[in-house]
Every structure is written in C-alpha cells, then in structure tokens.
Design a protein around this ligand. Structure first.
Ligand code: ADP
Ligand code: MG
Length: 393
C-alpha cells in the first residue's frame, strides 16, 4: 500500500486507543466527504461469534471426517468507518441509530458495533467484497441490469418499509458484486425518517422574527409583480424556502431541487433512475451541474419546459426560463440513450433503434424518472415490474 495510506493508518491506530487490540488495519478503501473507511481483520472474531457470518457452519463442514486436517480459521474482514470529527454528534447518532434499526434488513450492510474514543466515532460493518462501478457499468448488458436493480430495490424496499429515506443513492453507496449478482446498501450518513420536520427551524423563530419575514416576503412579492419582466430575480429579498437538499449532485430528484418540504422515500427511486440512465447511456456522471438551478435545467433538457412548469406548481413554485434552447417537450429517453451511445443516423438513412430489451429498460426508466413523486414507482412495485421479474425467466 501507498506510503501516505500507511502513515494515515498508523496515525489512526495511535490516536484511537485500543483499536489495534481487536482489529488489524489492512488498507484504506474509501475516502468520502464525511468519513474514511478502512479494511481490517477482526482478530477476535472467533471469540465473539457474529451471527451474520457463515464461518461457523463452514467450520463444521470442514471438520467433518474427510476434511479434518483443513484449517478452520479464515480471517474475518470488516470495514471500519471513521466518521470525521467535524460531523455533528446528532448526525453521527442519526446514522448509527438508523443503521441499528435496519440491522436485519435484506441487502443493507448491517452495523456490527461502534466505538468512541474522545471525539472520534467509528462504525464497524462486515466487509463486503464488491467491484468499482466504473469498472463494469460500460459493459453491463440488460440481463445484468435487471439483477443489479433487483438487488438495489430489495435494499430500498427494506429501508422504505421502515419509512426511512436514504437520500444519497448513487453507485458508491451501493456496493455490488457482479459475479454474485448481489449488492449491499451502505452510507446512512444523510438518511432520515420520513416526515422529519425541516421547517422546525422556521417554526422555532421568535414571533417577531416570523412577522418580519412574512411581511418582508409579501413586500418583495408585490414589488416584483406587474411591470418587471419575468426573469430570475437578482435582488430577491424574500427569505428563501428551507428544505432538506442533502444528497449528491446529479442524483437529486426534481422535488428536492424545487425545495419541496414534504420529501418522501420516492426521492431514492429517482436517484436509482439516474443510475439506470447512467448505465444505459454509458455516461458517468450523467448529470454534471454544480448547483440546483443548473441541475433543474439539465432535467429540463430531457423533459422539456412544459413538464417542468407543471411539476414546479405541484410544489408551489413557478418555473420560468428565457433560455431559448429548451424545447417545450424535451427529448425522449430513447433518443438520448441513442445519442450517448453513438447510434445516430447512418449514411444509408436507416433510423437507429434501441434493442428490444433496452426499450424495455427505458419503459422502466420512465417509471423511475417520473417527475411527479406521487406517480413515481415504489421499490415494492419495482420488484414486481416485468423489467425486474424477467431476471428469473
Ligand atoms: P461516506 O459517508 O464517507 O461516503 P461510505 O459509508 O459511503 O462513507 O463509505 C465510503 C466507501 O467505503 C464506500 O463507497 C465503499 O467503497 C467503502 N465501504 C464502505 N462500507 C464498506 C463495506 N462494508 N465493505 C466494503 N467497502 C465499504
Ligand atoms: Mg458514501
């Protein structure tokens, strides 16, 4: 391993007193915005038999007469997630608590235990062997997509059945093993329970502050109406709407971008749709925008102005743009996928088409990237959709 990684591991072992008694740190496997993750060997695994492992059963198998001489001890690997000390205690608690709640959920990586030393908290999870999404998404055939999404929706069905929103569905948070056609969902750092009141901050304002904000917003609105051309207001003095927009750029559902205050589990289904679009179009990341307005415009390119106006109204927002290049009706996802994969009109004038199974994938994709969250397919429904059930045929 790299010298800098070795140094980082040594620093961690030194600062987190006692960690080396139980774990042998092997490598650094992840470095995100909120944590560093290490692969480690659990040295005491055989003393504390954890139930999510088949070691016990295998031991018995290997010690049957014919195999008596085989060694029964296999190293047991874990992932140690070192949560950055800059994370708020509430945030850390939230992640651990949700993981604990999800401990018996299908396709969700379970929490084994957690430790704290001073301000440092670590979560210990079973190590899951997987492959980097970037290594396989370009080569995935439709039958493999069915398996990938069956696994992802199995995880989401478990999470959503507990009324938990993951909020950060993306390839790096769904560890997938293509050989086994199995994956596990990780990273509940941004997850929350449905109905968490993000307005609370506004509700707890003093009555004076509230009155000020309301009059101010009405004032600003009346000033704006009438003579001004419809454009993006530059000196908008109205207080901005507050809604949870946690997540990763490019994967946020339109209602998150529109600051809908009642977001529910369907936001994860949109993000899953972005993954499917990524795989079908062989473009990763598919959406690039740095901010929410640009992200909305990227979505407008696909779905068109009319649809964006419509869904904005659902969330009490008005969508206006004077950029002439956006068409009213946008483009079909079929067309976009054909463009992205270089299947454009040939010299012979034959109109290129998607393969039959790709067409079926696109029909399914439309159900995931449904702009109206109330109409979007749920994880439970997705698992019954022909696109997924066909995986068994
Ligand atoms: P962050 O909040 O920093 O994004 P994650 O929980 O997503 O942290 O973990 C970051 C990375 O660490 C993952 O993308 C994955 O590569 C790796 N990782 C996390 N948990 C495991 C695990 N149980 N098994 C193997 N690798 C893991
Ligand atoms: Mg992550």
């Amino acid at each position: 391993i790299e010298e800098s990684v070795a140094e980082d591991i040594a620093r961690f072992e030194e600062s987190f007193v006692g960690i080396t008694k139980r774990y042998r740190l092997i490598n650094r496997i992840g470095e995100g915005t909120f944590s560093t993750v290490y692969k480690a060997e659990d040295l005491e695994y055989n003393n504390y038999n954890n139930r999510w492992d088949t070691d016990e059963r295998e031991n018995r198998k290997w010690t049957s007469p014919g195999h008596r001489k085989r060694s029964v001890k296999r190293p047991h690997y874990v992932a140690i997630k070192k949560i950055y000390v800059t994370s708020s205690p509430m945030r850390i608690y939230n992640e651990l608590e949700l993981l604990y709640d999800l401990k018996n959920s299908d396709s969700v990586c379970p929490l084994i235990t957690a430790f704290r030393h001073l301000d440092q908290v670590v979560a210990v999870l079973p190590y899951f062997q997987h492959r980097d999404f970037r290594d396989y998404y370009r080569d995935m055939k439709v039958p493999e997509m069915r398996l990938y999404f069956r696994s992802l929706f199995t995880a989401l069905r478990s999470v959503h059945s507990k009324k938990i929103l993951h909020r950060d569905i993306k390839p790096t948070n769904f560890l997938y093993n293509p050989e086994q056609a199995r994956g596990v969902l990780v990273d509940f750092g941004l997850a929350e329970r449905e109905g968490t009141d993000w307005h609370q901050c506004a509700c707890t304002l003093s009555s004076e502050e509230r009155r000020y904000r309301i009059s101010h917003s009405i004032h600003a609105q009346t000033q704006q109406s009438g003579h001004q051309p419809a454009c993006y207001p530059k000196n908008d003095t109205r207080s901005s709407r507050r809604a949870n927009r946690a997540g990763t750029r490019g994967f946020r559902a339109p209602e998150v971008l529109l600051k809908c205050t009642q977001q529910n589990t369907s936001i994860d289904m949109w993000s899953a749709g972005v993954i499917l679009l990524t795989i079908l179009s062989r473009r990763f990341p598919f959406f690039h925008s740095a901010d929410d307005i640009d992200a909305l415009l990227e979505i407008t390119t696909i779905f068109g102005r009319k649809k964006m106006k419509e869904i904005s109204l659902l969330h009490g927002q008005v969508f206006e743009t004077n950029i002439p290049s956006y068409s009213d009706n946008g483009h079909s996802l079929e067309k976009i996928i054909l463009w992205c994969t270089g299947r454009t009109k040939t010299e012979t004038g034959i109109k290129p088409e998607l393969e039959e199974d790709e067409k079926e994938a696109v029909q399914f994709l439309y159900r995931l990237m449904e702009c109206d969250p109330d109409k979007r397919i749920t994880a439970e429904e997705a698992l019954r959709h022909p696109f997924i059930t066909r995986a068994f045929e």
